[in-house]
Design a protein around this ligand. Structure first.
Ligand SMILES: [Zn+2]
Length: 223
């Protein structure tokens, strides 16, 4: 009986600690609700405000540009134990508190991650490198603090390939928008969401395979 009581006291003590460490705030603006769960008591409240402001700047723009049916309610979790930078799953964006302390200007991590919510490809039949390339293309186009974060698309190098994902793919997509077919990113994004994307999609949209496109790009990668 004594043991049971002891366990009960310990458990309630733990619960109180957890409750103290976690702060949840719910924001509402226009159509969109943002639940902000912060496990990091040392996160600057100004940094939190910047993340919230960035969400309300970029998310409606991304929704308008790519997917009007995107989720209306999104959750951000500032996680003190998460080892990566950020990840997104089902409307929940997990952000490393360590990263935000190290790179406070890297606010547009949010822009990349919420683009994944807008993408909503589900069990995608498209390649993962393209999903990540489109998310970084969206960060390039809609990001609010890329310059201060020293985040830019890298120059073309002969060691690169289109399936390197992230910024390398994003630059290839930007080149296609400018030199091959304006609007191609929206079309790729739409087909990926509808699960109608195939390897043949490149040829249908541009007359060239992705390998042929990359060859043309590598011969003259100027943007
Ligand atoms: Zn990503």
């Amino acid at each position: 009986m004594k043991n049971v009581l002891f366990v009960a006291i310990i458990s309630s003590f733990c619960l109180i600690n957890v409750a103290n460490a976690q702060q949840t705030k719910v924001y509402k603006q226009g159509k969109y609700q943002l639940t902000f769960i912060n496990y990091d008591a040392t996160l600057d409240s100004v940094e939190q405000q910047r993340l919230v402001k960035t969400f309300y700047t970029v998310y409606p723009e991304l929704a308008k540009a790519y997917n009007k049916n995107t989720l209306k309610a999104v959750t951000f979790v500032i996680d003190t134990t998460y080892k990566g930078v950020a990840e997104t799953d089902n409307g929940k964006v997990t952000i490393s508190s360590r990263w935000m302390h190290q790179r406070p200007e890297d606010i547009d991590v949010i822009t990349h991650e919420v683009m994944h919510i807008v993408q909503d490809y589900g069990e995608s039949n498209g390649p993962g490198w393209l999903t990540e390339g489109i998310a970084d293309y969206a960060r390039y186009k809609f990001g609010v603090n890329n310059v201060a974060a020293k985040w830019a698309l890298p120059d073309y190098k002969s060691t690169q390939n289109y399936d390197n994902a992230y910024r390398i793919t994003a630059r290839f997509l930007l080149w296609m928008e400018e030199k091959v077919k304006p609007g191609i990113v929206k079309e790729l994004d739409s087909r990926l969401r509808k699960h109608t994307f195939t390897d043949d999609t490149w040829k249908q949209l541009t007359g060239k395979t992705v390998d042929e496109l990359w060859k043309t790009y590598s011969a003259n990668p100027a943007i």
